[in-house]
Design a protein. Structure first.
Length: 370
């Protein structure tokens, strides 16, 4: 009997000397810096209790939470290197209750390396350098948002603290800055951007419209260029056609571009890039797509043309081109079986009128007289 009494008192002493794990009416919560910037510290906090022990579990979730040595305060100082990403919890004691909090994810920001977007009219040299000549434009756009500083030849550029930098001088350029989420985390562009400024005027490609049907384009000064590319504009988009040819037949070589406009971008012998003036071709044989234009009169005309159709085609888009293929006037003619086109402001000469509606097209040659 004495043995049983001693056992009873021993159990009672144990129960009253350690906290009880059940019947607790509180639940600790963790708040604070739950996402950290690289190379930074933060602080996690919980409520006011008698005792604390913070725990950490790996992000993969395969391990059990381990007590963090010395982490026995109501707060925990964390850093990006040792703690992200991981699951954090805290066990607290209040009176006789021991309660473990729900885990929270402590995460960290990760950023791609900074980069620069290059915009403008310029050439690229044999060693990757950017070549700008008179009249060229060069704009650098840095990917960072905060605390930006641009440098030229290793020295900070006065006032160059925005993402965009207009470049007008040669030299070696780079930038440093920070992402918006972590303005103190300064990152530097990993390369220098070499700019070669050449104090010369670029040569303009001389593009002319030739041929009996006005559908052949020829580069008149190929000897002035190292290389050149042909482009046309179709549905408001610039489309690459071919490289190195001195002649292009619009109807055969670029049927999807209609009559253009066509351009050449040339790289001249000074290493400068320049565009030609836009030129339109004239296709006189478009019966398969004809709008069915009955009559255009008077022709020659002094100030206006009257266009008559067998039936109303609705509103019609028009373009007036000179015999060199340059666009001189364009617009829209309202619905009606008869339409009027004002040409009073044009100088005397031969012109082509292109009419288009609903995928159909007609071209007619007119003469303007004084």
């Amino acid at each position: 009997m004495k043995y049983i009494d001693c056992l009873f008192f021993l159990v009672a002493a144990i129960l009253f000397s350690v906290p009880v794990l059940a019947q607790c009416d509180f639940e600790p919560e963790i708040e604070g810096d739950l996402i950290l910037c690289p190379e930074s510290e933060g602080e996690l906090r919980t409520g006011s209790y008698d005792e604390y022990q913070w725990y950490q579990r790996s992000f993969s979730g395969s391990d059990e939470a381990q007590p963090i040595p010395g982490a026995t305060d109501s707060f925990l100082v964390v850093n990006h290197f040792d703690f992200t990403p991981s699951w954090i919890s805290v066990e607290v004691v209040k009176d006789t209750c021991v309660v473990r909090s729900e885990e929270v994810l402590l995460d960290g920001y990760a950023f791609i390396p900074p980069f620069v977007e290059t915009v403008g009219d310029f050439a690229i040299g044999p060693n990757g350098e950017t070549i700008i000549c008179r009249g060229d434009s060069l704009l650098y756009v840095f990917s960072m948002d905060k605390n930006i500083q641009w440098y030229r030849n290793g020295e900070p550029i006065d006032g160059a603290t925005e993402a965009e930098l207009i470049v007008t001088e040669g030299g070696s350029y780079f930038a440093e800055g920070a992402p918006e989420e972590c303005p103190e985390f300064i990152m530097t562009l990993g390369v220098t951007l070499e700019v070669d400024k050449r104090d010369v005027d670029p040569t303009v490609p001389d593009l002319e419209l030739v041929g009996f049907s006005y559908d052949t384009l020829t580069l008149q000064n190929p000897e002035d260029f190292i290389a050149w590319d042909w482009y046309c504009e179709s549905l408001s988009e610039l489309t690459f056609l071919t490289s190195g040819d001195t002649t292009l037949v619009g109807f055969e070589d670029a049927p999807d571009c209609s009559i253009g406009p066509f351009f050449i971008q040339g790289l001249d012998r000074n290493g400068c890039i320049e565009w030609s003036e836009p030129v339109h071709t004239i296709i006189s044989n478009v019966e398969e797509n004809s709008l069915g234009l009955d009559r255009v009169y008077p022709n020659p005309a002094t100030d206006r043309l009257l266009l008559e159709f067998p039936e109303d085609p609705g509103s019609v888009q028009y373009r007036l081109l000179n015999v060199g293929g340059q666009l001189v006037q364009k617009g829209e003619l309202p619905a009606g079986q008869s339409k009027q086109l004002d040409i009073g402001n044009l100088p005397a000469g031969n012109y082509f009128v292109e009419l288009s509606a609903d995928g159909l097209r007609s071209v007619v040659q007119i003469v303007k007289v004084e």
